[in-house]
Ligand binder design. Sequence first.
Ligand code: MG
Length: 305
Amino acid sequence: MKQPSVCTECHDPRFEHLVLFNAGLELVADGFRWVEGPVWFGDHNCLLFNDIPNNRTLRWSEQHGVTVFRAPSDYGNGQTRDRQGRLICCHHSSRSLTRLEHDGTVTSLVSQARGHRLNAPNDVIVKRDGSIWFSDPLYGLKNDYEGGRQESEQPPALYRLDPDSGAVEAVACDFDGPNGLAFSPDERFLYVAETGAPGAAEPRQWIRRFLVGDDGRSLSGGEMFHRINPGWADGFRVDEEGNLWCSAADGVHCIAPDGTLIGKVLVPMRVSNLCFGDRHHSRLFICASQAIYSLFTNTRGIAAP
Ligand code: MG
């Protein structure tokens, strides 16, 4: 099978047109501890991401390189933008989600659910209707490296937050460790990474696929969609054709909507998360352990956020 470039591995002909023969993996920046939460701000031509153990949010642009966007970040993890373009961030130490307003003030969106404090919100997306969907596993409570040990007050769950009313509802509770999440382009399906119980000998680690109900909020299904190997699925994004570009131990795996691994982007370090960015939304920005890499592709991520 044709290998489109030296940094990619083609497993299925459907992958060939998604990548470019003359685009290479670029080391964008390094020297971090553990990077997460990439989100593209086209209006500022920059990438924001979190260096979780260093408790800071960083900004990278082609013109200015890496600068500090905010510190401390309350151990920020997953990030996205809402329909008004505002930054939504998950925080481990404050066990909350915040929204950065256009005037620079910070609004706490949610820190409790079901009558108890959240655990450590991990990743977040915004649906076209403005609702905010986020995962709340235990990982960020378990060590000092990513926010400080704290006691859990409730089991992990996946939540939907109505930003207008503030109502928060658990939409799926049968998770050991919900993690990254993304909707299909038509928002008919919701994909959620299950990364398993912390410390489990044989953790459940696979991507689940839910069917979104006609009401736009209820979920059914939740069957195993794909199991990443090597490693596991943490954060991922969906392109315009509905392919999942997913973190893995050896790079980024591209999974077709039927659940087949069709290709890989090989990255020298374990990948935690990624996003599409740049002018056409066709450049992958990859959070890989202590570094940020990028690759120009021949597809486009579904419109920001
Ligand atoms: Mg995550």
